[in-house]
Design a protein around this ligand. Sequence first.
Ligand code: BGC
Length: 371
Amino acid sequence: MNKFAVKKKYIAKTILMSLAFIFAFILVGCGLALDNKTVRIGVAMPTQTRQRWNQDGAYLEKGLSEHGYDVFLEFGNNEISLQNTQIRTMIKNGCKVIIIGAVDGNALSQVLDEAKEAGVTIIAYDRLIMNTDAVDYYATFDNLSVGMIQGEYIEEKLGLKYGAGPFNLEITAGSLDDNNTIFYFEGAMEVLRPYIRNGQLSVKSGQTGIKDCAISHWKEKIAEERMANILATYYADDKIDVILCPNDSTAIGAQGALLAAGYNKDGKKMPIITGQDADRKSVRAILRDEQTMSIFKDTRNLAAQVVKMVDAIVAGKEPETNDIGNYDNGVKVVPTFMMRPVFVDKTNYKEILIDSGYYKESEFLFDEANK
Ligand code: BGC
């Protein structure tokens, strides 16, 4: 064979091998996608009435679909029986993993027994599911830190560490059927309680227990009515300096009552108001000086972490967790992946919310539509 023929043979062989390699690669790729396509994953979110759960549902659906899974996404309309039915249907439809943001963390024991029986893996999402051994993993933000950051923000803004005061504080808590409520409340109160005890903070309503301060289903309207009552009864001739609110819906409710009572007018400054979720509505309120801060939990990251957990479970591996002691659901300590929250206020919202691509700056232009 002459030199030219050898070279031709070599080129043909190389082309053939490359084609075979590409073909094999495509096959493996399709195979993987097809494999995942046959894997059904359920996503049961609690409600669509709040911005965050819509986003969580959408991020999870997108992330899981991109990994080739067949996704069943449902929202429970804040109704226990509806969420139970939705989860039951997911089990019947052969979902291998179900990700649940519970409407009521105490109301899922029976349906989760059925899931366990059917071999379904359960990931509690953001809210821990209580009193069942059928919950396998939990993915959340550090809930105690959420409250502590709110408490420390108040401590810092008022100069409590340096003895400032007395200031009038009122307290709002979350929904008692949500396990997070205790963590948020305790985290914040751990910081604030000493100042209530030594008189730097005075709670004129006397409502300092979690049950007195709780807002059923985190409803804006209920938070507004409660605050309107407190204002009328205890602050007719005085002003509130600070309101601890665990999240943005309760914060917006409190603002409604304050604005109706003449705050933010005629030199009557709004109190310091905390929140959580960095909802658009609250970010706008922060920019208008009606709310002071919010806690930002980047749920894009939480959803991405949960998709990784699902990948591991489907591959028969143990998903990554980083906390194995904090979350006891009454029956077991649930292995948890926990993320760190941060605060946002007027000083850092651009860096945290806009530069990170979470929101577009144009969403916060002050026009009628944005109110
Ligand atoms: C979540 C908060 C949310 C609240 C009301 C809690 O379980 O952790 O982010 O604001 O529910 O939806």
